[in-house]
Ligand binder design. Sequence first.
Ligand code: ATP
Length: 449
Amino acid sequence: MSQPTIKRLEDLQTMVSLCKRRGIVFQSSEIYGGLGSCWDYGPLGAQLKQNVKRAWWNAMTRREDIVGLDASILMHPQVWKASGHVDGFSDPLVDCKNCKTRFRSDNTPSYIEKKECPNCGSKDLTPPRNFNLMFKTFMGPNEEAANVVYLRPETAQGHFVNFENIQQSSRRKIPFGIAAIGKSFRNEITPGNFIFRTREFEQMEMQYFVKPGTDMDWWQTWKDTRWAFLKKYGLAEADLRFHEHAKEDLAHYALKAGDIEYKFPFGWQELEGIHNRSDFDLTQHAKFSGKKLEYFDEAAKEKYVPFVIETAIGCDRLILAVLCAAYREEITKDEDGKEDVRVVLGFHPEMAPQKVTVLPLSKKAELQVPAMKIRDELAEWFDTGYDDSQSIGKRYRRADEVGTPYCVTVDFETLNDNKVTIRHRDTMKQDRIEISKVVEYVTNGLRNF
Ligand code: ATP
């Protein structure tokens, strides 16, 4: 066999199909025709999502200077007044009077360049009107204006309103950070590109509270730290770039901001924001709540409102980047020149939904019973699969396609020598190992994968 030619993911549709076929992501409410921009994570996708969250959570909260938080989605309506979301979290929308298309005026090239509808080219358009992106609902049994609450459009406000609770209960000294993972909701005008932009999504945000004057250095440190994290989990340096926002594009509260962008199959797009939010949020909440949100530095005997460096990434968006980065097709030709394609999700082992899968060579009970016993033993340590249908070659391919690092094959020889064959996802190298050593083999293997 020749050396394989490697082909990377070229179009998003290939990934969408793989995700559906293999139970990673399904369209929400599919049997009813689906609900726009909502997606469900299937068995392997739910596991992948847990892994992405765990990697982020551990990278944050295992540091001595960061603590975790799990805040509620519904918050006091004043929070969104103070944060600026009620008045300012909107997109400018234009309606085409001819074809009724509604589009954003700030990112539609045909409008920006020629004041034309992107759908039909008409110039008969309404002026831009601001459309708030927050989802509204009512608290309690009365649908009255007084009972309006919002589904949070970001998790960060939970960090700010709990600043004092957390600082005091965990006795943290500045600098320290608060990390949280949770659902956010935005009534996006133009969602799309699969799980890249959705109306319901999960965010992983960390707010790092620092002494004013040290903020620019911390901003740089966090930019470098997050870059290294993304690289560690398989995003190639060549597919990452940093886009620093120009002064005139900065949000009203930001002193410095930029995005780590990833080269998705549909182009360079924001993956994670790194923002210097100054003391804006704590000052605003102090003003609206009437509670002082300050920090007293005992050593220096000085009081101040900390500045905040924020790192904000969408969990679903990171999942998409991890999937795109992991995808490869290995194309080989057999002796007759026939093309053979092996699809592999070459995940970092921490990301792999299953670390190992057990494959009994036959459906006969004499192999199923010991194979299931091995599966159960492995499952005490790892997310473990089991696959007993079709040929062993097809089963290897299925495991490769969902990125399982190891396959453990139980064959008739196993009954005599108490050994199994372990196959490595990337090298396809096989080792014959005693059953009693399998857990140790996989443990060490994953560590050095
Ligand atoms: P965009 O410009 O893409 O709308 P943003 O600048 O509004 O994003 P932030 O408010 O900084 O985004 O949110 C932080 C992160 O949350 C983003 O970098 C992205 O990873 C994620 N995110 C934001 N909106 C969505 C969405 N609608 N769907 C999925 N992830 C999102």
